[in-house]
Write a protein that binds this ligand. Structure first.
Ligand code: PEP
Length: 254
């Protein structure tokens, strides 16, 4: 059985004081949960790069992992403003989100670039959380399957035998930050398709790869979504900024 994974994507939110209180709330809530309750799920927060040191200082040695929201595909050098995978690893990041739809839309990131970022993360010992998802226009045009398989396929081509070391996140663009959630059946249909694509690449690995759902996951819909056979957790935006909501989703994952 795959372990559930709940990851908070803080996006460009927070400051030292707000992060301290959010992290303290999460840590206290997890500490209060009994051991059996925490047995089936892991969790992480993906913070803006300047606050990764704060995450490391606050979370090291505990049950909450941390990660980044993007990484450069380049190893280092004259790339002003970029952050390399080695730098993220230097702050003990366990995860890095790659290919979030906001990066694809606002920064023109192609699936080929996303694949290179996933490889950079793997090379530095981190787990890339590879985001895929269709826009509303693509869904309405019946292109969901083709879009997500193209996005995942580019990454699978480049990661080769390391497919077991990635996490996939299905995030329908129309559901992100909108309050509109894919129904559990709609999400499961896409997750099953992604699992089949992983299966075609490596049947053994496909059984272990966690496929998260993201897009307005909240305490009141998390349980039903994560009860689907191929939904292995959540990538949480808005609800990850409130400790009680994040903890409730983590609770649903258990
Ligand atoms: C996200 O940005 O990854 C996300 C899922 O956001 P939200 O939960 O706010 O829809």
């Amino acid at each position: 059985m795959r372990r559930k994974l709940v990851v908070g994507n803080w996006k460009m939110n927070g400051n030292r004081a707000a992060n301290a209180s959010l992290l303290a709330g999460i840590v206290a809530g997890i500490g209060a949960a009994n051991a059996a309750n925490a047995a089936n799920a892991s969790c992480a927060v993906c913070a803006p790069a300047p606050y990764l040191a704060q995450c490391q200082e606050t979370l090291a040695g505990g049950a909450v992992a941390w990660g980044a929201q993007d990484v450069s595909a380049q190893p280092g050098g004259a790339f002003t403003g970029e952050v390399s995978a080695a730098m993220l690893a230097d702050f003990s990041c366990a995860y890095v989100i790659v290919g979030h739809s906001e990066r694809r839309a606002y920064h023109g990131e192609s699936s080929e670039l996303v694949a290179k970022k996933a490889v950079a993360a793997l090379d530095a010992g981190m787990t890339p959380i590879v985001c895929v998802g269709e826009t509303l226009a693509e869904r309405e045009a019946g292109q969901t399957g083709a879009v997500v398989s193209g996005q995942l396929g580019a990454v699978l081509d480049l990661v080769g035998e390391r497919v077991a070391q990635i996490v996939v996140a299905y995030e329908p663009v129309w559901a992100i930050g909108t309050g509109k959630t894919a129904t559990p059946a709609m999400a499961q249909e896409v997750h099953a398709q992604l699992r089949a694509q992983l299966m075609a690449k490596n049947a053994v690995a496909a059984e272990t790869v966690q496929i998260l759902y993201g897009g307005s996951m909240k305490p009141d819909n998390a349980l039903e979504l994560m009860a689907q056979p191929d939904i292995d957790g959540g990538l949480i935006g808005g609800a990850a900024l409130k400790a009680s909501d994040f903890l409730a989703i983590l609770h649903a994952a258990n």
